[in-house]
Design a protein around this ligand. Structure first.
Ligand SMILES: Nc1nc2c(c(=O)[nH]1)N[C@H]1C(S)=C(S)[C@@H](COP(=O)(O)O)O[C@H]1N2
Ligand SMILES: [Mo]
Length: 203
């Protein structure tokens, strides 16, 4: 599998000469990549839970979450199934804004991001604490469509797309790293597309 991907590292430029991480193909489309059904979430029922290694667990409703200072960001999106969409404009709440509300215990080093529908993904706090990590509710000037994670998704541009959890409903702070949904099924714990961290090869 990895050998085969190696062959594809040559194909990394489109006709306009834009480059993507090794082994990726560029698309202007925005494919939908979801395991399982798309959850339907009413904004009046939407809740985001902060849990785990924090001084005090709490929940934010839609109004409270989206009342936080807003960020607009242009970022690339790279799926491990080899498509990359280089141009995306996201609008939402920076992780760094959210975390200002949270007294994270010093021993916390990782987070599990939880979603409606049961999906989850693990991300280190070091990766989350970046100026391009946000909880997005708009994409390319429109409300985020349900199939792309609306009403709210995480966006982690420096990791493969499976870390950009759709339909987020919480973040759990943890001392030790723990696999999320895809990580437990063989995907890489880190998932850096520039290092081609696609799968654990020690399975
Ligand atoms: N809740 C949830 N989030 C998810 C997924 C999923 O199946 N469920 N798929 C992931 C994968 S593998 C990718 S590549 C991106 C795809 O986002 P898109 O469907 O908006 O293109 O969402 C990620 N977030
Ligand atoms: Mo993906």
């Amino acid at each position: 599998m990895l050998k085969k991907l190696g062959r594809l590292t040559e194909i990394k430029q489109d006709r306009e000469g834009q480059s993507a991480p090794p082994g990726q193909y560029l698309t202007k489309k925005f494919p939908v990549l979801t395991f399982g059904p798309t959850p339907k979430i009413d904004l009046k029922d939407w809740k985001f839970k902060v849990s785990g290694l924090v001084e005090k667990e709490f929940e934010l409703d839609w109004k409270q979450f989206t009342g936080l200072p807003k960020l607009t960001l242009d970022a690339e999106f790279h799926c491990v199934t080899q498509w990359s969409k280089l141009e995306n404009t996201w609008e939402g709440i920076a992780y760094r804004e959210l975390v200002k509300l949270i007294k994270v215990k010093p021993e916390a080093k990782y987070a599990m991001v939880h979603c409606y529908g049961g999906y989850s993904t693990n991300v280190s706090l070091e990766v989350l604490d970046d100026d391009d990590v946000l909880f997005a509710y708009r994409h390319d000037g429109e409300d985020l469509p349900a199939e792309h994670g609306g009403p709210m998704r995480l966006v982690v541009p420096k990791r493969y797309g499976w870390k950009s959890a759709k339909w987020v409903n919480g973040i759990e702070f943890m001392e030790k790293d723990k696999p999320g949904f895809w990580e437990a099924r063989g995907y890489h714990m880190e998932g850096d597309p520039w290092k081609e961290e696609r799968f654990w090869d020690d399975l």
